[in-house]
Design a binder for this molecule. Structure first.
Ligand code: A3P
Length: 345
């Protein structure tokens, strides 16, 4: 009898123990990472946050849970509003460059508890049809956040589209602008690879990179080819500088973000006047993917989609040399204007 009772008690304790561990793990997964269980510092001045920008971490974690429920349809907009959640215009925008690592940068910044990302590319400023819908339309596309948080969106087409600087200036002349760049020839090949993949998916044939990048008549670099033009960073930046001072831009080294993301992210935190919160814990190298992936907590982690980190086709070395020589003077000018030397060949 006593033995039976002991077995019953042991089983009960086992069930209760498993339930407790399970609930704990569930809670950790839902509310945020363990390494964030520390009070968050106020976000310093510049953003003009409403009231004192000191918001407890638990509130942030609760917010994430609440938004998750909202998306699942389990809570109403009214409940979200009652918790002081608002849709805010971005305080910072990743304006480009296409294939520079814009998605990785946005996702990595989103690890910071004071940052909220707009998941989709909104294409508000570069698309006339969207722009005509007005700023309220744009704001409604933004995720819910606390007033003290900052919203960030990324649309890489902004960097190269003529009308965009003026339009963004009209919305907020003191906005912070992030530009992530990669070595220009590598970026152009990455750009080509993306288009090539699209063509192949539709069973279409496509030109070789060499044929597009080099003008067959002159044997010079073909500046009419969009992938080449986009990589002349200084030309585009000069248009932006007609509206914004250089201090409002921060250049992210996209090649370093691949190999050593943390220091690059720390520079961005500084530029955005955010307390340093992204740590090595949040980033781990995934050997299978060949890239750093994101760790939110002990349970939840993610790598970027397979469309990020494609294998590039082999390109004739003489074409690469020609392109690098072509970009060299533009790169020098870019370093000079931005004050960031990237040691590209
Ligand atoms: P490739 O596909 O040429 O390797 P964007 O998001 O602007 O389209 O940039 C895509 C590029 O981001 C990829 O180019 C990839 O090299 C780079 N990247 C940087 N960090 C990455 C990461 N952690 N995971 C996957 N891709 C990353």
């Amino acid at each position: 009898m006593l033995f039976k009772q002991q077995v019953w008690l042991r089983q009960k304790l086992l069930v209760l123990g498993s339930l407790a561990v399970g609930s704990l793990l569930y809670l950790v997964a839902r509310v945020g990472s363990l390494d964030r269980l520390q009070p968050i510092c106020p976000i310093e001045g510049r953003f003009g946050a409403r009231g004192q920008a000191d918001f407890p971490l638990r509130a942030l974690q609760f917010k994430r849970g609440l938004l998750h429920e909202f998306r699942k349809g389990n809570v109403s907009k009214e409940q979200v509003r009652l918790h002081d959640l608002v849709q805010q215009l971005p305080k910072a925008i990743i304006i480009g460059v296409r294939k520079g690592g814009t998605r990785a940068l946005l996702e990595m910044l989103n690890l910071h508890p004071a940052v909220v990302k707009a998941s989709q590319e909104i294409h508000f400023f570069d698309n006339d049809e969207n722009y005509a819908k007005g700023i309220e339309w744009y704001r409604k596309k933004m995720p819910f956040s606390y007033p003290q948080q900052i919203t960030i969106e990324k649309s890489p087409a902004y960097f190269i589209t003529e009308e965009v600087p003026e339009r963004i200036y009209k919305m907020n002349s003191s906005i912070k602008l992030l530009i992530i760049v990669r070595e220009p020839t590598t970026r152009a090949i990455s750009d080509y690879t993306q288009v090539l993949e699209g063509k192949e998916r539709k069973n279409k044939t496509y030109y070789k990179f060499e044929k597009l990048a080099i003008d067959p008549n002159t044997c010079e670099v073909n500046t009419k080819y969009k992938a080449v033009r986009t990589s002349i960073y200084t030309k585009h930046l000069e248009r932006w500088l007609k509206y914004f001072p250089i201090e409002q831009f921060h250049i992210v080294d996209g090649d370093r973000l691949i190999t050593e993301p943390l220091p690059e992210l720390q520079l961005v935190e500084k530029f955005l006047n955010l307390p340093p919160r992204i740590s090595q814990y949040n980033l781990y190298f995934n050997v299978t993917r060949g890239f750093y992936c994101l760790r939110f907590n002990v349970i939840f982690n993610k790598c970027l989609a397979g469309s990020k980190g494609r294998i590039h086709p082999e390109v004739d070395p003489s074409v690469i040399t020609k392109l690098r020589k072509f970009f060299h003077p533009f790169n020098q000018k870019f370093y000079q204007i931005t004050g960031r030397t990237l040691n590209w060949p």
